[in-house]
Design a protein around this ligand. Structure first.
Ligand code: SAM
Length: 133
């Protein structure tokens, strides 16, 4: 478990020091673009509460801000939370970042309107047991 947490922490500490901070392409396409067979009503975003589960270096924050959602985020270590918080503040992103994971979400039931797991769902499946042993 320590290795898992330190691996992700170290990876994201390096990334948040980079000046590059671009959103994940498929998230832009899905949330802001238009797929012919995806009838996603963009009006749902305004003031909706979104949980960005496993936000990493926070690369999707600017997109989420532009969409008008209220940003709440959960990551598995305090190091990731602290470092990404600094980057968010530097870039003028208003968000609430907390330590947690997919089976230990530090918010009450039904707090969120939308849940985003960008490139983290496969990690979540693998790590859930490890994080809670
Ligand atoms: C590949 S990164 C994706 C980061 C970001 N969402 C993105 O789109 O670039 C996967 C993230 O999932 C987080 N993660 C791994 N297991 C998790 C779990 N059980 N619950 C929540 N987050 C988890 C990791 O710490 C890591 O930051």
């Amino acid at each position: 478990m320590t290795n898992l947490k330190s691996t992700y922490s170290n990876e994201h500490l390096q990334k948040v020091q980079s000046s590059h901070w671009y959103p994940t392409e498929w998230i832009v396409r899905t949330m802001a673009g238009s797929y012919p067979n995806l009838a996603l009503d963009k009006k749902i975003y305004e003031n909706a509460k979104i949980l960005d589960m496993g936000f990493g270096d926070g690369r999707n924050f600017t997109l989420l801000k532009n969409l008008g959602v209220k940003i709440y985020d959960v990551e598995i270590t305090d190091e990731i939370v602290q470092s990404t918080q600094k980057k968010a503040e530097f870039n003028g992103i208003d968000c609430e970042l907390k330590v947690g994971n997919n089976v230990d979400i530090p918010y009450p039931n039904e707090h969120f309107d939308i849940i985003l797991a960008s490139s983290s769902m496969f990690q979540i499946t693998l790590t859930t047991q490890l994080l809670n042993t």
